[in-house]
Ligand binder design. Structure first.
Ligand code: FES
Length: 125
C-alpha cells in the first residue's frame, strides 16, 4: 500500500482517537449464540452507556473502544462479550445486563464474576 493510500485511514484513526484507548469491548450480535435481535438490542445499550459515561471517543484511563462482531466462535449462551486487555469473556450479556457491566467492569474496574466463563489476557508484545 502506498503511503498516500494510508492518509485517509490515518485521518480516521485520529478522529476515532485510536491510540488513546485502555480497553476494547467486543460484543457478538450473531444469531448462533443468542436469538435474533437480542445481540443488537444489547449493542444499542452498550453504545448508549459508553456515550453517556463519556467512555467512547474519549481519552483517559476509562477510554473504551467498542466493536460489534458477528461471531466470537463460542456460539452458545450469548450474547457473548469480550473485554481486552483483560481478555474477559462474559456470557448472557443481554441489554438489561449491559449497564451494570459498564458501571462495574469499565468504570469501577470490578469484573462481574458471576457472568464470566473464560479469561484470556494477552501477553504484552
Ligand atoms: S454467534 Fe455469537 S459467538 Fe458465535
Amino acid at each position: 500500500m502506498m503511503d498516500d493510500e494510508l492518509t485517509p485511514l490515518r485521518d480516521l484513526a485520529e478522529k476515532l482517537l485510536i491510540g488513546q484507548y485502555h480497553r476494547h469491548v467486543f460484543l457478538c450480535t450473531g444469531e448462533s449464540c443468542s436469538a435474533a435481535g437480542v445481540g443488537e438490542a444489547a449493542w444499542e445499550v452498550l453504545k448508549r452507556e459508553l456515550k453517556d459515561r463519556n467512555l467512547s471517543l474519549a481519552t483517559g484511563l476509562d477510554a473504551c473502544y467498542r466493536t460489534k462482531v458477528g461471531c466470537l466462535r463460542v456460539c452458545v449462551g450469548g450474547p457473548v462479550l469480550l473485554v481486552y486487555p483483560e481478555g474477559t469473556y462474559y456470557g448472557g450479556m443481554t441489554a438489561e445486563r449491559i449497564p451494570e457491566f459498564v458501571k462495574k467492569h469499565l468504570v469501577e474496574g470490578q469484573p462481574i464474576e458471576g457472568r464470566i466463563f473464560a479469561r484470556n489476557p494477552l501477553p504484552l508484545a
